[in-house]
Design a protein around this ligand. Structure first.
Ligand SMILES: Nc1ncnc2c1ncn2[C@@H]1O[C@H](COP(=O)(O)OP(=O)(O)O)[C@@H](O)[C@H]1O
Ligand SMILES: [Mg+2]
Length: 309
């Protein structure tokens, strides 16, 4: 585990015991993964999957029942592990009567930033999250989207190397999601590591380098987006028949789905054997190949397959 590893979790486990009968809730079970420095990592799962509990263990807000976590190589149970980390909680519950500016100033003081530096950072951050013009309004008048933005600015006050964001895109309208995704991508280009949780797969598809899928406390899959999506479900092939009769006979006898557009057949070919057949016919000159497109599953397909399986 090097410094290039931003997060390292080893068999992280959290069980809660509730009620008089001490009923056991296995919120997180044996979860291991790594986040590399500089990457955008999506932590995906349905509501109740164990995302927030995992994040709490990374931040030492919950003690693991078993297992360990490290931030930049430092045991997450030690306070210095979080010096370079900014955190945006799910549903930030901020002091409603503070203005955006005052909130950031408050967190800046918590981090011991001297006033001139605080002022400088707050200026930069308010611009970065697009709240420059609203700095003197109290948070109680903020929309959900504005609260998410000020929450992100708050997480950035100590100029952290890594951001841990719990459902940063939750409850936002499409424009809000778009804006926040762009802010996250900007932070990545500044070299920051971003770990965010979401139950919305589209978010990961658009901005994450890698993702993990957690379900009922267990890790189902972890990998690059291409790896998670790359299960081939066949190919779409466009051909132009040279020998129309032979081509039609081939398509009908194979039972492949196809449609015809201005003489071109667009065919769904489910397997490699079918691809070989098409290639052989093309080589023999009875049809011309125009295009071959592998059909990849969307992350949503992959997710549903994992969750159901
Ligand atoms: N403090 C707690 N006490 C008891 N059960 C909890 C506590 N926190 C979370 N849980 C349970 O652990 C599971 C995972 O919750 P959570 O980590 O919040 O999921 P997520 O953030 O993915 O929606 C849920 O079943 C939840 O009810
Ligand atoms: Mg949660």
């Amino acid at each position: 585990m090097s410094n290039a590893t931003a997060i390292h979790c080893e068999k992280l486990t959290k069980h809660y015991f509730i009620g008089l009968k001490r009923q056991r809730i296995e919120a997180v079970n044996d979860v291991s993964f790594e986040v590399k420095s500089g990457e955008v990592f999506a932590f995906l799962g349905l509501n109740g999957a164990g995302k927030t509990t995992t994040i709490k263990m990374l931040l030492d807000q919950a003690r693991p029942t078993a297992g360990r976590a490290y931030l930049f190589g430092v045991d997450a149970a030690r306070p210095e592990a979080r010096l370079k980390v900014g955190f945006q909680p799910d549903l930030p519950n901020f002091y409603r009567f503070l203005t955006g500016y005052e909130l950031l100033d408050y967190f800046g003081r918590l981090f011991g930033l001297p006033r001139p530096e605080r002022n400088k950072r707050i200026e930069v951050l308010l611009k970065q999250v697009g709240l420059d013009g609203r700095r003197n309004e109290p948070l109680k008048g903020f929309s959900r989207g504005m609260l998410q933005r000020i929450g992100l600015a708050q997480a950035l006050i100590n100029d952290p190397q890594m951001l841990i964001l719990d459902e940063p895109l939750g409850g936002l309208d499409p424009v809000g999601r778009y804006d926040l995704r762009h802010i996250i991508m900007d932070l990545k280009t500044q070299g920051k590591t971003i770990f965010f949780s979401s139950h919305i797969l589209e978010d990961a598809e658009r901005i994450a380098d890698r993702a993990a899928i957690i379900h009922q406390g267990k890790m189902l899959a972890c990998g690059t987006l291409t790896e998670l999506q790359a299960v081939e479900s066949g190919w779409q092939v466009e051909i132009e028949p040279v020998d129309i009769q032979e081509t039609n006979w081939l398509l009908d006898s194979r039972g492949w789905m196809y449609k015809t557009e201005t003489g071109i057949r667009i065919i769904d070919i489910p397997d490699r054997e079918g691809m070989n057949e098409i290639a052989a016919r093309a080589a023999a000159g009875s049809l011309r190949l125009i295009s071959i497109t592998p059909k990849r599953r969307t992350l949503e397909d992959a997710f549903l397959a994992k969750v159901e399986g």
